[in-house]
Design a protein around this ligand. Structure first.
Ligand code: UGA
Length: 441
């Protein structure tokens, strides 16, 4: 069955969801308030770097299944299934999530509805938000127009957004048990192709669905901080955290994924999500349950400080030193620099008196916009020219394939700190480099 779908928000989540829903054969309209983003998307250009998304976008625009608009009226007239995919950033100076954008969509859309509608929330929100938005939507919708809010959290990873949307590990749907409607039926129609593939489909209440998302991200953050805590102990004991991770990862109950120690997690999701989760638990009187997330956050931030320390040790003093930073994105295959450990470390080192040269294969423009005072180079070799120390802070494939001899010819000192433990220490040491990893002897 073909559905008429509107997707509100055309960031990582919304743009990917809109394009992928069209790929499933639905008719989709993407809605945003940002005219420059819309203009790019309309011309088939993805406003951020996401492998494979451009092809899906262009194919579906060409097929006439996908278009974009800034008009809520147009979206309300066209669609009866709406997806809400706007951002929920951290509030300035607080842990809590800023729900302004989520609320704004409901406030603008609900009064314009002309026919029965299901609004599926995809944004990551504090538990209780969906029920609140549902009441608001019912209150604002014109008399006689049925509107239902359900929650369908998104688990996509940047860099794998298309794959994760079209072939997710699971689909989760939270429905309003107090106001039963047709949300489940609508979700089954939208995701029919995925359900036919046997992808697990968990239908639950609104609160559980919201918590599934926040707890999944909290678990992932905890796993990363666990291994980074082990890295601290390994550093103190002269042990190797990468071998430790491989060894404990063989236990299926533990698993090797997300056990890569390094400069820690960043991005637009994990850091702000664990903080919003703590804030919400506090409001609910359950703050004790999540005090450990404070520690998870602290361990993570300590990794950045540790990296700065190691750079200082390598240079003797950061004053007047030249530091090459390879990687600025918060992870490879992304141009996203939101709360990126790499850029954060680069910034701290510069503030302490070093000249920092950054190179990233995709995140240069975003980095320059966020940190205009850092030095930027056009290649890894260029960034390393005359460097006293080279820091690898994002594990791009390009960096894993660097030739230690080529790099050795341009640096002032053959000193390398592998902030992602992604290089082979032996190869670098054999080429005359001083190699340091995080949590490795
Ligand atoms: C994360 C979740 O993985 C997604 O499931 C979720 O949908 C998304 O947040 C979201 O809430 O929107 P993402 O932010 O794209 O996805 O990135 P991850 O792949 O989770 O990586 C997060 C950070 O952890 C990166 O900075 C990465 O370098 C770091 N990381 C990851 C480690 O330091 N070690 C690891 O072993 C794995």
């Amino acid at each position: 069955m073909t559905c008429n779908i509107a997707v509100f928000g055309t960031g990582y989540l919304g743009a990917t969801h809109a394009a992928c829903m069209a790929e499933l054969g639905h008719h989709v309209i993407g809605v945003d308030v940002d005219a420059s983003k819309l203009a790019k998307l309309e011309s088939g250009e993805v406003p951020f770097y996401e492998p494979g998304l451009q092809e899906v976008l262009q194919r579906n625009i060409a097929a006439g299944r996908l278009r974009f608009t800034s008009s809520y009226q147009e979206a309300a007239s066209f669609a009866d299934i709406h997806f809400l995919g706007v951002g929920t950033p951290q509030k300035k100076g607080e842990f809590a999530a800023d729900l302004t954008y989520v609320d704004a969509v409901i406030e603008q859309l609900a009064p314009l509805l002309e026919k029965p509608a299901v609004i599926f929330g995809k944004s990551t929100v504090p538990v209780g938000t969906a029920a609140r938005l549902a009441a608001k939507a019912r209150q604002l919708a014109p008399a006689g127009v049925d509107v239902e809010v359900a929650w369908n959290p998104e688990f996509l990873r940047e860099g794998f957004a298309v794959q994760d949307t079209l072939h997710p590990d699971r689909l989760v749907l939270g429905i309003d048990r107090d106001f039963p409607g047709r949300a489940e039926e609508a979700a089954r129609a939208v995701y029919a192709q995925l359900l036919d593939e046997g992808i697990p489909f968990i239908v639950t209440d609104l609160a559980t669905s919201e918590l599934v998302k926040t707890s999944a991200n909290a678990f992932l953050a905890t796993k990363i901080s666990f291994i980074n805590a082990m890295a601290e102990v390994c550093e103190a004991a002269g042990a190797d955290v990468t071998v430790l991770a491989d060894a404990i990862g063989h236990d299926e109950r533990i698993g090797r994924k997300f056990l890569n120690a390094g400069v820690g997690f960043g991005g637009g999701c994990l850091p702000k999500d664990i903080r919003a989760f703590m804030a919400r638990a506090g409001e609910l009187g359950a703050d004790q349950a999540l005090t450990f997330l404070r520690e998870v956050d602290d361990i993570n931030m300590r990794r950045r400080a540790r990296m700065v320390e190691l750079a200082r040790e390598a240079c003797g003093s950061l004053l007047g030193a030249r530091v090459a930073v390879l990687g600025a994105a918060f992870k490879p295959d992304s141009d996203d620099v939101r709360d990126s450990p790499a850029l954060n470390v680069a910034g701290q080192i510069q503030l302490q008196g070093a000249a920092v040269n950054v190179y990233d294969p995709k995140a240069m423009d975003n980095s320059r916009a966020l940190f205009p005072t850092l030095g930027y180079s056009t290649s890894a070799l260029d960034a390393c020219s005359g460097a006293d120390v080279v820091l690898v802070l994002t594990e791009w494939r390009e960096f894993k394939e660097l030739n230690p001899n080529d790099l050795g010819r341009v640096v002032r000192q053959k000193s390398l700190i592998d902030g992602r433990n992604c290089l082979n220490p032996t190869t670098w040491r054999d080429a005359g480099w001083t190699y340091r990893g995080l949590g490795r002897p």
